[in-house]
Design a protein around this ligand. Structure first.
Ligand code: SF4
Length: 705
């Protein structure tokens, strides 16, 4: 019998709905869900081929254990593996304390799985050493929203695309990384008067379609944003009434941007003064303006400042809290937003709370049914510090859920040393081998999103229900179920007696109840079976609130949005004659993260077949390099080898290399061998978008950085 199941694409944060035809426990067709408001039936290549990621040769179907890394893995029943782990964890707690363990989880898990692992770490074990790959993705946006608007997450919705007159897209290659949304923007831009401004050092496919492309020097976004505001003030394109009635600390920002004339910013950013004026004019004088940004802004030692610089533009012009206007950070992963709801990063608690807040800990301890002292007040280790602590031996056990940090974390030589040092490495994943799982002691088989029930929240705060299309193979189980079984073995049966994902969602909702900007009391699995719903959604009759702050009351104690003065600071990794290029890393249209899924889809492999580093023709000529040459990138951390791709779209002095291939194209093919782990001081998001390197022809001999 054939059935049609509605679920969600497991890749980017657009959160496209899928309509999946299933026959005899096999997927026979995948289409975009015409009724889902994120995509109305559209899909990109990744979403359309997602069925091919289920039955791959590297699918992990059973638990496996080994006692030494030199031994082969032995298959064991899942319960046996969990009993072994419970014993090991008890012994580590006894000998080294509870902060000797850490968890590294993913924005690709369902909200329910993220919730369970966060509760397991912070509420049951009593360590805040849990962090997520969202640290590399969205943590700068989280910090900036909280600082400026008083609560995390964007105030906007996708419908604003069809209403705005000006798109400011900064550090986001939407044409390749959020393609379905990009199609909506392009359709809107066919209208008269609608403008697209793209800020990106590369002439990406997004920039190709812009009315104005500001190809700034990597890392100089704050200078540009300050100069745009400078122009808007001097030209009277700001909204003094909005500033007076709904914001605070305006004078501090006004004072800061006074010093950022377009002439000064033009020199710093390497763009023309006239283009800065034009960008300010379009943003300031359009009836509405919508700003999108992603990793290009966030992955920086100035990530929070860049976010605040964008939000300052919206507050100064009053272009927020109304249709067609507002700051709109894009989530890179399908459920980074859900992870933010459950507070799965090391300093957070569910419902956008903080571990350092006494009242927040008390509220969550009551919901979790754990003694208050169990939740520690000190933030745990963020991702970069977590891997440093593994290398020093401070942390003895790491449990990785749905991530491949050896391929994706910066400075992978350090990550390898850390993973080789850790006494117990548990990898819970759908696939094996991956770069990380090869170093594991215990492998736990996880179900894929297409095999389970759960929820995910996309970039516009819309919660969608995943419904199982097929059964998981072997002993693979939903991540939350594995976490609950382990918790029960550790003695926390009562707190983890969830019988279904829906059960977990109801407890998660309790954590969000009474939180001004995040209430989801009105969302139930029953309602989600019919249609996805945006939060806030305070009652069961509410359709969900598409735009927040319509009444211009922000989530700060005073109800006013806060301006924050931000200044331009240089990136951490200095450009010097020895390391003269600024290397950025990023995604391609047809691959996903470290290709554990997309690497098995032949069609995607043909579209993005191999790794490369892109350079400007003038740079290649100066170095005597030709297209396709074997080259090496050398940084202060290490050496990576790949092929050269000469592209007119590159800025001179800049290089770009996708991070998808990890070590799959050769042990020294991982771009993260040369990236660094310096991070934003507030958000602790590493600066993957600016790495000082030199580029050389590769003769094959060893190179010392
Ligand atoms: Fe999936 Fe994103 Fe493509 Fe939509 S745009 S199909 S969510 S990868």
């Amino acid at each position: 019998m054939e059935t049609t199941v509605k679920t969600i694409c497991p890749y980017c944060g657009v959160g496209c709905g899928l309509s999946v035809k299933v026959r005899d426990n096999r997927i026979v067709d995948v289409k975009g869900d015409k009724e889902h408001p994120a995509n109305f039936g559209s899909l990109c290549t990744k979403g359309a081929t997602v069925d091919q990621t289920i039955d791959t040769p590297n699918r992990l179907k059973f638990a496996q254990i080994r006692f030494n890394r030199s031994d082969p893995f032995e298959p064991v029943p899942l319960d046996g593996a969990l009993e072994h782990l419970a014993e090991k964890y008890r012994s580590i707690f006894r000998d080294h304390g509870r902060d000797a363990v850490a968890f590294y989880v993913s924005g690709q898990l369902t909200t329910e799985s993220q919730y369970v692992f966060n509760k397991l770490a912070k509420g049951a074990i009593g360590t805040n050493n849990i962090d997520a790959n969202s640290r590399l993705c969205m943590s700068s946006a989280v910090s900036a929203y909280k600082l400026s608007l008083g609560a995390d997450a964007p105030p906007t919705c996708y419908e604003d695309i069809e209403l705005t007159e000006c798109f400011l897209i900064l550090g986001a290659n939407m044409a390749e990384c959020h393609p379905v949304l990009w199609q909506r923007i392009k359709r809107r831009a066919n209208r008269k008067r609608v403008r697209i401004i793209v800020v990106d050092p590369r002439r990406t496919p997004t920039a190709e379609n812009a009315h104005l492309h500001l190809a700034i020097r990597p890392g100089t976004d704050v200078a540009l944003l300050n100069a745009m505001l400078h122009v808007m003030i001097s030209q009277g394109w700001i909204n003094p009434r909005f500033i007076r009635d709904h914001t605070e600390d305006w004078e501090k920002v006004r004072g800061m941007v006074e010093g950022w004339s377009p002439a000064r910013a033009a020199k710093v950013c390497g763009v023309s003064e006239i283009d800065i004026h034009r960008a300010a004019f379009w943003f300031g004088q359009s009836a509405d303006a919508l700003s999108f940004w992603a990793m290009g802004a966030n992955q920086s030692t100035q990530g929070v400042a860049k976010n605040l610089g964008i939000i300052n533009l919206h507050l100064a012009t009053g272009k927020i809290g109304r249709p067609g206007s507002g700051p709109f950070s894009l989530t890179g992963q399908p459920n980074a937003m859900g992870g933010r709801e459950v507070g799965y990063m090391s300093g957070l608690l569910p419902g956008h709370r903080n571990v350092s807040d006494d009242a927040h800990r008390k509220e969550i301890a009551e919901i979790w049914g754990v003694p208050l002292p169990r939740i520690r007040p000190k933030p745990g280790l963020d991702a970069v510090r977590m891997f440093e602590a593994l290398e020093t031996g401070e942390v003895k056990a790491l449990w990785v859920v749905g991530c491949n940090p050896l391929a994706t974390m910066p400075n992978s030589n350090q990550i390898r040393r850390a993973l080789e040092k850790v006494e117990l490495l548990v990898v819970q994943d759908c696939y094996h081998p991956t770069e990380t799982s090869r170093l594991a002691h215990v492998l736990l088989p996880a179900a894929l999103n297409l095999e389970m029930e759960g929820t995910m929240t996309n970039s516009e705060r819309r919660v969608s229900l995943l419904q199982p299309c097929v059964s998981p193979p072997g002993e693979a189980r939903p991540d939350w179920e594995i976490g609950c079984r382990f918790a029960a073995l550790m003695g926390y049966e009562e707190q983890f007696s969830f019988s279904s994902a829906a059960n977990i969602f109801e407890e998660h909702k309790l954590c969000c109840s009474d939180v001004y900007a995040l209430n989801m009391d009105g969302i139930t699995y029953g309602r989600l079976k019919h249609h996805p719903i945006q939060w806030p959604c305070p009652t069961k009759s509410s359709p969900g609130i598409a735009r927040r702050y319509r009444r211009k009351t922000f989530a700060t104690p005073s109800g006013r949005a806060r301006f924050h003065p931000v200044d331009d600071l240089p990136p951490a990794d200095r450009i010097t004659p020895d390391y003269p290029f600024a290397l950025t890393t990023g995604r391609l249209a047809h691959q996903w993260h470290s290709r554990t899924k997309t690497g098995h889809v032949a069609k995607l492999g043909k579209l993005n077949p191999e790794p490369f580093v892109a350079a400007h023709p003038a740079d290649a000529q100066r170095l005597g390099l030709r297209n396709g040459d074997a080259v090496r990138l050398i940084s202060r951390r290490g050496v990576a080898r790949t092929r050269l791709k000469i592209e007119e779209s590159m800025r001179e002095g800049s290089l770009f290399m996708p991070f998808h291939w990890g070590q799959s194209a050769g042990e020294d093919g991982c771009v993260n061998l040369v990236t660094h782990g310096e991070a934003d001081p507030i958000s602790r998001q590493p600066e993957l978008k600016h790495n000082a390197v030199r580029l050389e022809r590769d003769g094959g001999e060893a190179v010392k950085a």
